[in-house]
Design a protein around this ligand. Sequence first.
Ligand SMILES: CC(=O)N[C@H]1[C@@H](OP(=O)(O)OP(=O)(O)OC[C@H]2O[C@@H](n3ccc(=O)[nH]c3=O)[C@H](O)[C@@H]2O)O[C@H](CO)[C@@H](O)[C@@H]1O
Ligand SMILES: C=C(OP(=O)(O)O)C(=O)O
Length: 427
Amino acid sequence: MEKFVIRGGNPLTGDVTIGGAKNAAVAILPATILAAGKCIIENLPCISDVMASLQILSELGASIRMISKSTYEIDTSHLDCTEVSNELSRQMRASYYFLGALLGRFGSAQVAMPGGCNLGPRPIDQHLKAFTALGAEDSVEYGMIRVSADKLTGSHIFFDTVSVGATMNAMLAAVMADGLTILENVAREPHVVDLANCLNMMGADVHGAGTDVIKIRGVGSMHGCSYSIIPDQIEAGSYMAAAAITRGDVTLHNIIPKHLEPITAKMRAAGCVIEEYDESLRISCHQRLKPLKIKTMPHPGFPTDMQPLMTVLLSVADGTSIVTEGIWENRFRYVDELIRMGANIQVDGQVAVVEGVEQLHPAPLRALDLRAGAAMVVAALAADGVSEIDETSHIERGYENIVEKLQALGADIRRVEIPVNTITRAM
Ligand SMILES: CC(=O)N[C@H]1[C@@H](OP(=O)(O)OP(=O)(O)OC[C@H]2O[C@@H](n3ccc(=O)[nH]c3=O)[C@H](O)[C@@H]2O)O[C@H](CO)[C@@H](O)[C@@H]1O
Ligand SMILES: C=C(OP(=O)(O)O)C(=O)O
């Protein structure tokens, strides 16, 4: 096990290259099952969720060849298993995309209830609603989800809530169903559009991704393709937060500015200077940040995954901010860690009232989940001393080479191995 040791206070300056989007990659990798041929997937981030997805594909019988650190060739022609191992599916929330993809190709799938960040209940009723509307039967017993169908038939599905996961899983199951599927009240996130684009490259007929109605005309078969995953908007937003809180000046490369609009709008309102180019963006901050009101919402609203990072920024703003979490019931657990650093934040249900303080102080911190962990890194970069962050495996689920990228920007951050006997004593 490792911890991060961070001495705060260095303004971040220089250039950072953003990796591929985790939340697109974890759906596109299962989608290769539908292609039943060779897919070359580029711009894959080197993170543990991607490695677990590749491992699942390999255990199901896919041949996988690494072409470069971020490009893999995946051949699913000889896949011969529709059951995802318990151990791997529980490592990440996104293992549920194997349900849609395996159901779509083989008419059956078995996946354990997914893991992922503890943000409160993470129901999958809307995924199952879509599968049953397409003609599948489902059962959830002893933590195992099973779906099966003799035949999948296109259907008109109206989602009760806007769900990224259910939208993408329904797309995976429907692309080879017989006839037309209409999905209404769908999520419009960039990764939904990315999955649709990738499926279309494999021969699917998906229209409307990015709006709230997606139409899918089922095709008889799909084929291999070459596809490059979009850049990760949340990784980009996290480096923007790190630049802003340290009053730095950072240029981000390999980004799509349009995808970052909800984030750049709030960062500008907080006083950051942002210059946008075709595939890069420069952010600098020369003053104490201004307070904001933020409510997380489905895209194009402010993304829930940036909420912990923005709360850290606002914890040192000049005034009172209100942060409302509109997606998850329990995404303020990290606030107790920030309070240990001297932040003044009151949480009442889904609302945090953040009274900005002048300075955060170092503390021993835990990465309670992926974005909370990244938020702790950003907070520690601004603190006036040395902080240590434990449980960094959560952070490695979603940020490739975070330590090396921050070091290159001038941050004083180190990965330190925790000796095994220290871990045992602490347990
Ligand atoms: C719309 C939204 O912002 N989705 C976020 C959600 O995606 P993720 O796909 O994990 O979650 P969903 O979009 O499915 O969930 C959104 C909301 O719908 C509810 N729900 C979902 C599925 C279902 O079957 N039944 C149900 O009631 C959830 O409880 C939640 O309140 O978390 C990810 C990780 O933080 C983020 O990257 C996504 O941006
Ligand atoms: C919470 C996240 O991931 P997951 O849904 O995979 O747990 C995230 O990407 O912020």
